[in-house]
Design a protein around this ligand. Sequence first.
Ligand code: NDP
Length: 266
Amino acid sequence: MTFEWREVEEASFAVIGDPVSHSLSPAMHNAAFAHLSLPYRYVAIHVSPGEVCDALDRLTHLGYRGVNVTVPHKEEALGWVDHLDPFARRVGAVNTIRMADRAAANTDTPGFLDTLDELGLKPGRPAVVLGAGGSARGVCVALAEAGFDLRIWNRTRARAEHLIERLVVPATVMETPDLAEAGLIVNTTSAALKGGALELDWSGVPGDAVAYDLMYGEPTPFLEGARASGLKTVDGAALLVAQGARSLEYWLDVDAPRHVMREAIA
Ligand code: NDP
């Protein structure tokens, strides 16, 4: 069930977004609360652009303890918070807010690093990032922190150039998405959301490369293409769990039950 923010019921935690009804975060967090015997409820709340600060005021008034922020509000929410953790400051976006002290974190970036660790992925061959939108920023900071040789391709080239300048990450902007030599290819585009497919040539990609799509749910054309070429593939469910676990730990100072959260969205 998804609420409109003006009509929302009392609960303890929420994800706000537009759209948000598809979010698996309520199932994942409610499973974690049940496992930890915590008396909290986590709900999904629809908030339109331009209304994020008013919605966060209302949720605070209703006694909410913490909020996750998803597309497209991760920057607008910066206007409500007083304190940022280092990743939020660096990336310029927040996905986790603690209402009591108006503090916010970006758990997408360290969560992405967690998933690279889980996959045993280390710098060596280049990492290719497809896309230069909001989520690409966190991914690029994570890959740069981990020491990857970073190559970025975006449909709108100027946006990729701006991303590198703004984040001050060492990276090359590619004219076309050249995957040859890549050890890791991360699709951060939303092309598949609108039924689009990227034109990619998988033929020169080393056989042990990993194709990682931030989207989860139905396999995207990107992952299908990688799979058809025999590559190892990872979808965004791994990141969803990793960032959600870190949000829970930020709010409650507990060890998040990652296995329970993973099962809840499987
Ligand atoms: P943005 O809207 O900020 O960026 C979208 C990007 O996709 C841009 O680079 C855009 O290029 C590109 N794009 C869109 N359509 C096409 C197309 N047809 N062909 C080529 N490129 C295209 O979105 P986000 O970065 O916030 O999110 C991207 C995806 O990542 C979403 O699907 C989201 O659900 C997913 N995501 C998953 C998370 C998880 O926890 N698993 C966390 C965060 C995001 P251009 O600049 O040219 O418009």
